[in-house]
Ligand binder design. Sequence first.
Ligand code: HMG
Ligand code: MG
Length: 283
Amino acid sequence: MPEFVEIFEMGPRDGLQNEKRLIPAADKIALVDLLSRAGFRRIEVTSFVSPKWVPQMADAAEVLAGITRRPGVRYAALTPNLKGYEGARSARADEVAIFASASEGFSRANLNCTVAESLDRFAPVAEAARADGIPVRGYVSVVTDCPFDGPTPPANVARVTAALRDLGCYEISLGDTIGQGRPETIDAVLAAVLEEVPASQLAGHYHDTAGRAIDNIDASLARGVRVFDAAVGGLGGCPYAPGAAGNVATEKVAAHLAARGLDTGLDMDVLRQAAAMAQGMRR
Ligand code: HMG
Ligand code: MG
């Protein structure tokens, strides 16, 4: 039996959040419904963030209300604070994600607060989710390079990852937000993080700005990571990370893993259709 490696689909959230044209909720719902047929266990659908900060995600509740939920698929949403968490819970998100930064510069740009303040804000979110039985995932951004502060010391990533684990995150996804990581820098980050958190609780979230995401995935596989975030069609970027390109394309990761003899359980035909649909939304 080939070993299983999971791709967590990010397209509807990380993929679309950066699009300037407001995409109708119906189109987002159609994309999620198509992705639901591809075999993903987890799909990040939207984020409950300030609509002043990310107008594209202002329809979060409408999108979650409109999708057809397929049994066995968990539909996730980003929640930066309690207000966002309450929105996600009312909209019946199956899991939520809190997202911190390994650098002060990116934390300020993305969340308008310091790293320590962001962790303080996430604590009541994690507590409420635990009380409600909703799993919480964590992200650490700019794990190798920050567009504001330069190279990120691996020890900072390990510290923030451990803090998210202590808040109760069942998995922490390490973000190369601006796609400047290299296999060596990803390896150094993982070496530091693995001192705190086992590979079974980590995921790799690599943007493909410099075309190195697949190499970075290979470096992470060598360190035991078995979950990778990706977005169909390679859509996206982060509005608060200048120059960030999309997440690595799901279809590219799935093909690469298959060529390495690893099983993602994904239907390549449906993935191709979803990539075409996602790219059609980018006009
Ligand atoms: P702030 O302006 O400091 O917050 O933003 P505030 O508490 O002063 O509130 C300002 C206004 O926003 C208020 O409205 C609040 O009610 C409202 P007003 O009174 O002015 O009318 N507000 C909200 N509205 C809806 N939902 C909410 C919410 N919270 C406040 N949850 C804040 C702080 C955290 C809200 C803001 O900075 C924010 O929304 N940031 C999110 C930015 C974002 O979504 N970035 C992209 C996702 S992260 C990412 O892409 C990286 C990742 O992919 C990993 C990687 O690649 O590294 C995950
Ligand atoms: Mg991202």
